[in-house]
Design a binder for this molecule. Structure first.
Ligand code: ADP
Ligand code: 5GP
Length: 226
């Protein structure tokens, strides 16, 4: 006797059973941390990708919780060994995502949340576009850009956060214009004016991605496969 045919519901369940790689970018002060913290509080099963950085810890930030804080030599060593899925220099410091952390969590079926800059998001987007159809990262990839409602509000929020010196804020604002110009490259854009509304949109898109039927070719950002 041959193997039993799977039922329609078994096929649907297998098709939708897809962990997400949620890549969230925004200019500094755009509200990524606020929105991602809320998402992680509501959905604690989502794994957070802890990045490596050469910048010094700020405020109450803890080693291996907020970042893996590395010396420039340690970062370079990991970079040479191919440990990073993506890496970039942002506001004068190096940042990178450990490939092992992301792949391990996705392989175990967990959604993974990444808060990375536009350069890093572009690197992953390019990699998944050329990856084979069934590739884990390609199927999982979902990118979201958080936009502040205006430049004036962005400046107020950066100043109001009270964590950065005026020259750091000036530099971040300057970079923000270039970063915000990339919003069209993302699958989703959220304008973070009213916080509850913006969070509702982020939450909805996560839930919606979990009921999305992908084509046999997988999800391919930037193409007609979306
Ligand atoms: P990012 O992580 O993108 O740099 P943050 O999440 O730290 O940005 O937000 C920057 C500042 O703006 C914080 O002080 C935060 O509390 C505030 N903020 C974020 N979103 C909103 C919002 N919708 N309305 C008012 N203030 C906000
Ligand atoms: P901050 O120093 O304020 O925590 O982060 C500065 C910028 O670096 C933010 O835009 C943040 O999204 C980005 N960033 C944090 N981790 C990474 C990472 O692993 N890779 C890249 N490319 N950017 C990151």
């Amino acid at each position: 006797m041959g193997a039993k045919e799977p039922t329609l519901w078994e096929v649907v369940s297998k098709t939708l059973d897809r962990p997400l790689l949620l890549v969230v970018s925004a200019p500094s002060g755009g509200g990524k941390t606020t929105l991602c913290t809320r998402l992680r509080a509501e959905f604690p099963e989502i794994a957070y990708s802890v990045s490596c950085t050469t910048r010094a810890p700020r405020g109450t930030e803890q080693q291996d919780v907020h970042y893996h804080f590395l010396s420039p030599d340690e970062f370079e060593c990991r970079s040479r060994s191919g440990a990073f899925l993506e890496q970039a220099v942002v506001h004068g410091n190096r940042y990178g995502t450990l490939r092992s952390e992301v792949v391990t969590a996705l392989s175990a079926g967990h959604d993974v949340l990444m808060d990375i800059d536009v350069q890093g998001a572009a690197q992953i987007r390019t990699a998944v576009q050329v990856a084979p159809a069934g590739d884990l990262l390609r199927r999982a990839f979902v990118d979201v850009f958080i936009l502040p409602p205006s430049e004036a509000v962005l400046q107020q929020r950066l100043t109001g956060r009270g964590e950065d010196a005026p020259e750091t804020i000036a530099r971040r604002l300057q970079n923000a214009r270039r970063e915000m110009d990339t919003w069209r490259d993302y699958r989703y854009v959220i304008v973070n004016d009213d916080l509850d509304k913006a969070y509702g949109q982020l939450r909805s898109l996560v839930l919606t991605e979990h009921i999305k039927v992908l084509s046999d070719k997988g999800c391919c950002p930037g193409s007609d496969l979306r």
